[in-house]
Write a protein that binds this ligand. Structure first.
Ligand SMILES: Cc1cc2nc3c(=O)[nH]c(=O)nc-3n(C[C@H](O)[C@H](O)[C@H](O)COP(=O)(O)OP(=O)(O)OC[C@H]3O[C@@H](n4cnc5c(N)ncnc54)[C@H](O)[C@@H]3O)c2cc1C
Length: 472
């Protein structure tokens, strides 16, 4: 049994806390935001102040991998999310036979749960707070780390945290789940440790989102995938809980010419001009403005630069470790995969040897979640460069086979049932591209059905029309 302290009670911090408490560890979660858990999803949507999570009001989709992990490890959380109104959907079961080739064994793995972030987080937090062995302290911020005798000569060892109200909380292991703005490097430096190695891509996207509620209890019909590129913008349509859904336009954060999309009328006019998206406006908006978020970096934090830990007794999980641009909706899935990796590492290597634990977790991170970070980063970089080229009237042709394959697979997906499933396996964080694309015969199918992806007609507005719509 280990005394564990988790910094941050977001979707992954709470999920990891439950996993560890159920493995008989004693878990304390310290969460800066003070407000208690709202009584139901609507109160969470209307009144829950979550200043610690910038993206709290932005649309979220919880991919099949997230659902799968919950159903395997935290089935009561999956049930609570369902009870609170999440939509369970499956794009294979919902698509015509001409695309799917008919049902196949294993298609249930494409089930996704979707709901507003506030609703999902409330359900997760409610189950966490009733979990034996797990204590959540709300309204307390971690302000720094406590040190103790070194496990490796010259490498500081963390033995707990100092909180904003001056308390010292000791623990065998401190886990940073403080999200993408985690202050861990500063805390480590203050303890005399080296700073971790941060790799940051300063490019980014800007999101313009709005939630709606159905007038008749029906969600709009999806005419294509949830994320659809329309030249220099993308459109993201997500079903949510309790007859709600979200529509988001995604642009390059450097593309200031599109900032007119912050205006409700310009945003609506632009969405109406996207043929497969326009009907998602046919509901009642439940926000009186367009919610925007920008400056979202892809950031990767290495606590073992050059193979030597910056400190022992502390690890970083989920967004605190690495966060990607969110348009692929992978953050919670990658975060919970990382949580599983830590839980499993602790099962194999207890906390008695902090150096071995840190090294084993670094190895597990590299094997399980690092490849997902890298593939998502590669997608983001290409999409940003592609948006930029389109805005300048150029053709984006990086000569990268991975980019060509991604585009060809997306084009082949509605034309071949195997390509369709491989596309979903990758999109839903079920299988890495190199695994899904290595299936016998798949490469040939993607080439046969997807090689012409550059010829796909674009039905939306061209760049000049887009600028006019966004700025009229
Ligand atoms: C615009 C946007 C849209 C996204 N959409 C999706 C999506 O569709 N699907 C998906 O899977 N992912 C999505 N993500 C990513 C997802 O939100 C994150 O991956 C996920 O929230 C990570 O969970 P976490 O628990 O690691 O961190 P967070 O949820 O960010 O929680 C961090 C917590 O730590 C607390 N905290 C921070 N510092 C301290 C401190 N010093 N002391 C105490 N507490 C502290 C904060 O208050 C917060 O509660 C999106 C992200 C963004 C930005």
């Amino acid at each position: 049994m280990t005394e564990v302290l988790i910094v941050g009670g977001g979707v992954v911090g709470m999920g990891l806390g439950m996993m560890l408490a159920r493995d008989a560890h004693t878990v304390t979660i310290v969460e800066r935001d003070a407000q208690p858990i709202p009584k139901d999803p609507e109160e969470a949507w209307d009144n829950w102040e979550r200043r610690g999570v910038n993206q709290f009001r932005l649309p979220h989709l919880f991919m099949a991998r997230y659902r799968e992990i919950l159903e395997e490890d935290l089935p009561d959380v999956a049930a609570a999310i369902g009870r609170d109104g999440a939509v369970r959907s499956n794009p294979v079961l919902g698509a015509p036979e001409s695309i799917t080739g008919g049902p196949r064994p294993g298609d249930a793995r494409y089930d996704i749960l979707s709901g507003r972030r506030a609703m999902v987080e409330r359900a997760v937090a409610s189950v966490a707070e009733g979990t034996p062995g797990l204590e959540v302290r709300r309204g307390v911020a971690v302000a720094g780390l406590l040190g103790g005798s070194e496990a490796i000569g010259g490498v500081p060892h963390v033995t707990g945290v100092r909180t904003s109200d001056g308390d010292e909380v000791r623990a065998d292991l401190v886990i940073d789940c403080g999200g993408r703005r985690s202050a861990l490097p500063d805390w480590l430096e203050a303890l005399g440790a080296r700073r971790p190695h941060d790799e940051v891509d300063d490019s980014g996207f800007i999101y313009f989102g709005r939630h709606f509620r159905s007038r008749y209890g029906q969600l709009p019909v999806a005419l294509g995938p949830g994320l659809q590129p329309y030249g220099s913008i993308s459109a993201l349509m997500l079903p949510c809980d309790n007859d709600t859904w979200a529509v988001t336009l995604v642009a390059r954060s450097g593309d200031r010419a599109l900032f007119g999309l912050k205006d409700v009328a310009s945003w609506e006019r632009t969405v109406r001009a996207l043929p497969t998206v326009a009907h998602w406006l046919d509901g009642d908006p439940i926000e009186d403005r367009i919610v925007t978020i920008a400056k979202i970096e892809d950031r990767h934090r290495d606590l073992h630069p050059d193979g030597v830990p910056v400190a022992t007794g502390v690890v970083a999980v989920a967004d605190a470790w690495a966060c990607t641009n969110p348009s692929l909706g992978r953050g919670a899935s990658i975060g919970m995969l990382h949580a599983q990796a830590l839980r499993d590492t602790l099962r194999r290597t207890g906390p008695d040897d902090p150096a071995a634990l840190g090294e084993a977790f670094a190895t597990a991170t590299e094997a399980t979640v690092e490849p997902w970070y890298r593939t998502t980063l590669s997608f983001d970089r290409h999409r940003l460069a592609e948006m930029s080229a389109i805005a300048e009237g150029a053709i984006y042709d990086p000569g990268d086979p991975a980019y060509e394959m991604t585009k060809a697979l997306a084009f082949a997906a509605p034309r071949d049932p195997d390509a369709f499933r491989a596309f979903l396996d990758i999109a839903f964080v079920l299988e890495l591209p190199e695994v899904a694309l290595a299936r016998p015969g798949l490469f040939e199918k993607v080439v046969a059905h997807g090689a012409a992806w550059r010829d796909e007609p674009v039905f939306g507005p061209d760049r000049a029309a887009l600028l006019a719509l966004a700025n009229a």
